[in-house]
Design a protein around this ligand. Structure first.
Ligand SMILES: Nc1ncnc2c1ncn2[C@@H]1O[C@H](COP(=O)(O)OP(=O)(O)OP(=O)(O)O)[C@@H](O)[C@H]1O
Ligand SMILES: [Mg+2]
Length: 236
């Protein structure tokens, strides 16, 4: 059911504590916020604020300690590990700061991998689809190269193409422009904006406050808490 008023993502009293031999680290403290579908969301905060921890909750690569996390009416807090893995493969594209591409594989094979693991597309179609995705981020000419032979900005584009492999509704990027020059970050930013314009929801971590005015919805994180939230009005 498509209830427009219902939020796409809902964090309800979400907390995350890392239990370590050196002591407990309360990385996220009682987060409460909602995200609408097809919005471009920025998570801004200093190093150690909890941004990556929040990303790991939203992409279900790690379990939350308390609370409820709903994405498109799916209660992530109630799913088993197997269900979470499947949910992630089908619904989320993740872009890590360090790209996490496999150097043993060509760019094309890197993008095909999530498709072959998820089984959403016919295996026969995955090379063609991977090529199209690489072309979409303007790196199609290098499809047969391995990631170690291309630049950082190019690797970032491949990571985006791979995140889009299974046509996810949600794209989550942890500092995708952190190590890029301003021209390349602008290109990456524009790719995300285009995805939002096509109805995808993009959540992007950054600690660059200069980008703040470009998001539809901003969450300022400090010491594991949302200290400020800002949403763009319709007329802004
Ligand atoms: N696996 C872990 N075990 C223990 N503590 C952790 C772990 N991961 C993160 N932390 C701690 O949790 C807090 C939040 O870390 P997190 O990585 O989410 O911050 P961040 O905002 O992403 O920082 P950065 O901008 O440097 O990437 C920090 O105090 C960090 O030291
Ligand atoms: Mg981080």
């Amino acid at each position: 059911m498509n209830d427009k008023k219902k939020s796409y993502i809902r964090f309800q009293n979400v907390s995350k504590t890392y239990f370590t031999p050196a002591g407990d680290v309360p990385a996220l403290k009682t987060l409460n916020f909602e995200i609408q579908r097809a919005s471009f969301v920025g998570i801004i905060g200093k190093s150690g604020a909890g941004k990556s921890t929040l990303v790991n909750m939203l992409t279900a690569v790690d379990n939350l300690t308390h609370g409820e996390l709903w994405v498109d009416n799916t209660p992530l807090h109630n799913l088993s590990q197997d269900q979470l893995t499947r949910w992630r493969g089908e619904n989320v594209g993740v872009i890590y700061q360090s790209f996490e591409l496999l150097n043993q594989l060509s760019l094309l094979e890197n993008v095909m991998l999530p498709m072959d693991l998820c089984g959403k597309f016919i295996p026969f179609e995955s090379p063609k689809r991977a090529k199209q995705l690489l072309e979409q981020v303007e790196i199609g000419d290098h499809a047969q190269k391995t990631p170690d032979l291309i630049s950082g900005g190019q690797r970032q584009r491949v990571a985006i193409a791979r995140a889009l492999a299974n046509d996810p509704d949600l794209i989550v990027a942890d500092e995708p422009t952190g190590s890029l020059d301003s021209q390349t970050s602008e290109v990456i930013f524009q790719i995300f904006q285009d995805l939002v314009n096509r109805g995808k929801t993009v959540v992007m971590v950054t600690h660059d406050r200069n980008l703040a005015s470009r998001f539809d919805h901003l969450l300022f994180l400090e010491d594991g808490e949302v200290i400020k939230e800002k949403k763009r009005g319709k007329n802004d």
